[in-house]
Design a protein around this ligand. Structure first.
Ligand SMILES: Nc1ncnc2c1ncn2[C@@H]1O[C@H](COP(=O)(O)OP(=O)(O)OP(=O)(O)O)[C@@H](O)[C@H]1O
Ligand SMILES: Nc1nc2c(ncn2[C@@H]2O[C@H](COP(=O)(O)OP(=O)(O)O)[C@@H](O)[C@H]2O)c(=O)[nH]1
Length: 226
């Protein structure tokens, strides 16, 4: 059976997971799977998991592990033919263990960004909720201020991106992410990138993935000819 590339990207809110995932998907032709997008799709489609998830999100809480894995793992099963990068999942050790039972990962990317940088970025983050598109008024502004480039619809700022909510979110992130980071470290697949700028981190991630992905895809080509 051909070997496909499987990676996860982790980091606190505002660390650049979405931004870097888009670059990886674009440069390496992987599918970018965002847990936040899956949650929003399920809420819009009013699936059972979506209805449950909504009650937590409305309160600004994480979706419980069982609801989250029920929502996400079937989507991964639809992706067995593709190489993918998963963004926003796992966030807890229970999620990491559930993912580990479903598939073998090649790489776990961990973004380590200083707190002051995160606060500054999220202060300027604007999103288009229906699509999940993300802007930053300094780093990647929309063409027209406050308006989504593609649909022309208004952009919003999320309540929990405000500085007061952020400190608590970051503290919570650290507590739940630590065991996940240790889990991937023990497996020997953890790669941590530390900097204040995505543009500084990106070449290092790109170099790492160039060493991993061609090998895997050429194995896949060999396998598929037999
Ligand atoms: N792996 C997960 N476990 C639990 N809840 C999740 C998970 N992924 C997404 N969610 C829920 O969906 C919401 C939206 O997720 P999304 O990743 O888009 O945004 P976010 O929490 O603002 O993340 P970030 O600020 O890191 O981009 C989250 O706030 C959370 O309630
Ligand atoms: N100033 C600045 N903003 C960035 C940089 N990288 C990403 N951003 C912005 O910071 C915010 C958070 O990035 P995002 O990719 O949404 O992070 P995520 O929460 O980890 O998915 C967004 O508004 C991005 O446009 C960077 O290097 N510098």
């Amino acid at each position: 059976m051909s070997k496909l590339f499987r990676a996860v990207i982790m980091g606190p809110p505002g660390s650049g997971k979405g931004t870097i995932s888009e670059r990886i998907a674009h440069s390496f032709g992987l599918k970018h799977l965002s847990s936040g997008d899956f949650v929003r799709e399920n809420i819009a489609a009013k699936t059972e998991a979506g209805v449950q998830a909504k009650t937590y999100i409305k309160k600004g809480l994480l979706v419980p592990d069982l609801v989250m894995t029920r929502l996400l793992l079937p989507r991964l099963e639809e992706m067995t033919k593709y190489s993918w990068l998963l963004d926003g999942f796992p966030r807890t050790l229970a999620q990491a263990e559930a993912l580990n039972s479903a598939c073998d990962l090649d790489v776990a990317i961990n973004l380590n960004i200083p707190l002051e940088t995160l606060k500054e970025r999220l202060r300027h983050r604007w999103i288009h909720p229906p699509s999940g598109r993300v802007y930053n008024m300094c780093f990647n502004p929309p063409r027209v201020q406050g308006i989504d480039d593609i649909t022309g619809e208004p952009l919003i700022q999320q309540e929990d991106d405000r500085p007061e909510a952020l400190v608590a979110r970051l503290r919570h992130y650290k507590d739940v992410a630590k065991p996940v980071i240790d889990f991937y470290k023990a497996k020997g697949i953890l790669y941590t990138f530390s900097d204040t700028e995505t543009d500084q981190i990106w070449p290092n991630i790109s170099t790492l993935l160039s060493t991993k992905i061609p090998t895997i895809q050429s194995d896949a080509r060999c396998a598929s000819t037999h």
